[in-house]
Design a protein around this ligand. Structure first.
Ligand code: ACO
Length: 436
């Protein structure tokens, strides 16, 4: 963080003295005004619900230029990572800041694969859930539950504990997600196989049964790996900020990541992929492509409460670069499975075409986000809709940990404690119950 040559001056119309505020520059992106001393200097807070203009941290991990539609992990464009790297290389990049060479990749892969099993006792923990529980409810519990099983990696202030917790979480998430799925199906759990790729192992744990061996389809394996890469990090989004805030109290990494899983569940965030597919299926049931116009009228009517799920983004005011890559993967997967005429895909294309030409969307800079196509790909692979957000959580885990570890290593880190503008009752006395 570099001090800029200029300062910001805040002046008041009531004659209070103005204050100078330092300005800092990052390597790219907007400068920030440092308001940390504002309260001490003026007795005032800033007000920014939804963090529309507030940088809560400095970070060197992920950069987004929402106007350009650019996403960089540690400086590398997502388009290059998605084509040239696999998910574990991307994890190495996010965690340690550099793409691994061959020896580093081998070492990292072996460290992750050595942790893919979970304590056998986790099965009994899982059994306490109803079989029809939402996978995100189960996953929130299982991830938080890890802190009860791995006591040697719960001290957030110990770098070795943080490192081992990071590896454990990346390694165990696919096992936990597939266990949650198998439990919901009433099928036996399938143990991990470390000779398969990260995505291939996950597919086998999801779809194999003890009755016959499962053969991983390389096109689908690559598609899933790409979904993981595209969802791996996205700077200070709601769930990542939740992980940081939760971890800022010094809680253990498993508890902080469980908080991230819980936040991701919401339909305005990670839950959008599930909501998007439910929306497409709903339109399909009620008349399909012929009813798209009618549906779009509802979306544009503020009183209807209907949103075009998979469209719009707080930061991207241009095409989400991940959506472009996902659309490409979607074509490949549907072609591989002979599903080019899949009605939901056609419907999605039709919705996208109308939205990109409609003034409502154009004027608000609403473009497809990654969730618009990822649901169709996951559905084609055979992943049930209710599991989509859990897949997102699996992929985002590395980003959450990288961000958490970055925060703990930042000398400026403090417990997160937002302030408020109080609008409630002023001081009053409690009356005896007979007089209230
Ligand atoms: N459909 C219809 N209208 C929309 C949509 C949408 N999907 N998204 C935004 N708008 C409208 C808003 O109503 C608002 O209109 P107004 O200016 O007339 O009041 C305007 O566009 C700006 O939208 P905001 O809600 O203020 O934007 P915000 O940054 O707060 O919200 C969000 C972003 C939550 C992603 C929103 O676009 C949305 O709900 N989209 C659908 C859900 C979704 O796809 N979420 C996934 C996000 S990506 C991710 O988490 C991986």
């Amino acid at each position: 963080m570099k001090l800029a040559d200029n300062k910001a001056t805040l002046s008041f119309s009531n004659g209070s003295p103005s204050v100078d505020l330092p300005v800092y520059q990052g390597s790219i992106g907007p400068d920030v005004i440092d308001i940390r001393k504002l309260y001490a200097q003026t007795g005032m807070f800033t007000y920014d619900p939804g963090f529309l203009s507030t940088a809560a941290t400095q970070s060197a991990i992920t950069y987004i230029d929402g106007d350009k539609g650019e996403l960089l992990y540690r400086g590398y464009p997502i388009e290059q990572l998605a084509v040239n790297c696999d998910f574990l290389e991307t994890c190495h990049l996010l965690l340690y800041g550099n793409l691994p060479n061959e020896a580093q990749k081998k070492d990292f892969t072996s460290r992750v694969t050595n942790h893919t099993m979970v304590n056998e006792q986790m099965q009994f923990f899982l059994r306490g859930f109803r079989r029809d529980a939402h996978p995100m409810a189960v996953l929130t519990g299982l991830v938080g539950g890890l802190s009860a099983f791995y006591h040697d990696s719960t001290d957030i202030n110990n770098p070795e504990h943080r490192e081992i917790a990071a590896i454990r979480l990346i390694a165990k998430m696919p096992t936990l997600v597939s266990m949650a799925y198998k439990y919901s199906m009433g099928q036996p759990y399938i143990y991990p196989r470390n000779d398969l790729s990260y995505a291939g192992n996950f597919m086998r744990m999801m779809f194999a049964t003890p009755c016959e061996e499962y053969k991983v389809n390389p096109v689908l394996e690559r598609a899933l790996d790409r979904i993981f890469i595209l969802h791996a990090d996205h700077e200070q989004n709601a769930s990542t900020s939740t992980v940081r805030l939760c971890g800022s109290s010094g809680t253990n990494p498993f508890a902080a990541i469980a908080a991230g899983v819980a936040c991701l569940w919401g339909p305005a965030h990670g839950g959008a992929n599930e909501a998007c597919l439910n929306m497409l299926e709903d339109i399909q049931r009620n008349g399909g492509v012929a009813k798209v116009g009618e549906f779009m009228e509802k979306v544009k009517d503020k009183n209807s409460g209907v949103k075009l799920m998979g469209f719009g983004h707080r930061v991207y005011k241009n095409y989400d670069p991940r959506a472009k890559l996902m659309q490409e993967t979607c074509n490949e997967v549907l072609q591989e499975l002979g599903l080019e005429n899949d009605p939901l895909f056609k419907l999605a294309k039709q919705l996208e075409k109308i939205a990109l030409e409609d003034d409502y969307f154009v004027s608000r800079k609403l473009y497809p986000n990654v969730d618009f196509y990822s649901g169709i790909v996951q559905r084609a692979i055979g992943i049930p809709v209710s599991l989509f957000t859990a897949i997102f959580a699996l992929a985002r885990t590395v980003g959450w940990i990288a961000q958490l570890n970055e925060m703990i290593g930042d000398p400026e880190y403090k417990i997160g404690r937002p302030r408020q503008l109080f609008t409630g009752a002023e001081r009053r006395d409690v009356l005896p119950i007979s007089k209230r």
